[in-house]
Design a protein around this ligand. Sequence first.
Ligand SMILES: CCCCCCCCCCC/C=C/C(=O)SCCNC(=O)CCNC(=O)[C@H](O)C(C)(C)COP(=O)(O)OP(=O)(O)OC[C@H]1O[C@@H](n2cnc3c(N)ncnc32)[C@H](O)[C@@H]1OP(=O)(O)O
Ligand code: NDP
Length: 268
Amino acid sequence: MLKSDAFKDKIVLVTGGRSGIGFQIAKDFLQLGANVIICSRKEDKLKIAAEELSTYGELSYQACDIRKTEDVQELAQMIKEKYQRLDILVNNAGGQFPALAEYISDKGWNAVINNNLNGTFLMIREMANAFFIPQKQGVIVNITAEVYRGFPGMAHTGAARAGVENLTKSLAMEWSDFNIRINCVAPGIIESSGLDNYPPQIQDMFEEAQKAIPLKRFGRVEDVSNAVLFLASPMAAYVTGISLIVDGAQHLGFDKMGLARVLKSFIS
Ligand SMILES: CCCCCCCCCCC/C=C/C(=O)SCCNC(=O)CCNC(=O)[C@H](O)C(C)(C)COP(=O)(O)OP(=O)(O)OC[C@H]1O[C@@H](n2cnc3c(N)ncnc32)[C@H](O)[C@@H]1OP(=O)(O)O
Ligand SMILES: NC(=O)C1=CN([C@@H]2O[C@H](COP(=O)(O)OP(=O)(O)OC[C@H]3O[C@@H](n4cnc5c(N)ncnc54)[C@H](OP(=O)(O)O)[C@@H]3O)[C@@H](O)[C@H]2O)C=CC1
């Protein structure tokens, strides 16, 4: 367990912090003494989450689509005016939809690549230029997904997340001069609001899927948040450029074709 003041006075930005995994990460940082900023697209839902989170500590929020340069620059400006610096960036915002690759349209492919790869890069570049590079200090944690053996049934997100993993390695090298550490947390299937987006036929398979995971359960939002806290903390001072898989060993022993098979059964 980290001490209750482990992140005292640290300024932490959590993208997609209004729900699910991001909400838990924001809550945990607040409870460990940080000042937290959350952002996401839907301002009404963001405001409701912000009200709840502010009961745990100093919380700010701003609507921001991570795919829009202007939104991201305005967010950086707000943080500069309010806090004068940023210590930790958690790139958690993202998402995709299940689809067999042959049916993914240009628009669908681009939407997922934009959200998960381009949006993450944009946020990293803008926050590095505004804060981490001039400060000569910063920590970045990217939430990706477990894509060790690809992601059949969601090939677009597999490609985007692998892109973020590789970007992370490049930046760990390039930005070591600026004392910036950057890592990924790659979750398996996590019981969170995110799973509500999946159609009932897929949700019906979840109980069976849990039994097939070596640790016999889906992950919890706390499992992912704990990995983020570790990578963001001084305990990981010598860790940069890695992907920490948080998946109950799903990447080693789970039938990855299950989702694609269910999708094929919709068509036949
Ligand atoms: C046997 C079973 C085994 C168990 C298997 C378990 C599988 C679970 C795996 C769990 C791992 C990962 C989990 C998560 O990541 S949970 C978090 C999920 N949250 C979300 O995904 C958020 C919801 N998703 C989105 O918001 C969108 O998908 C998107 C990311 C693309 C949003 O972008 P945007 O708002 O720009 O996109 P649009 O809605 O305008 O759509 C653009 C085009 O994209 C195509 N599209 C979008 N949604 C769908 C869909 N549901 N099905 C098919 N195609 C879709 C489409 O072309 C859109 O354009 P059009 O609307 O003009 O057609
Ligand atoms: N749950 C799971 O099993 C897994 C989840 N993940 C990843 O973990 C992250 C969190 O997922 P989870 O909490 O489960 O799902 P949620 O759908 O609950 O969270 C996604 C969050 O991202 C925000 N978001 C999405 N797109 C954008 C955007 N363009 N700009 C700003 N904010 C955005 C959403 O808010 P808003 O709609 O207001 O923009 C929402 O708060 C996602 O990247 C997800 O893909 C990875 C592997 C497994």
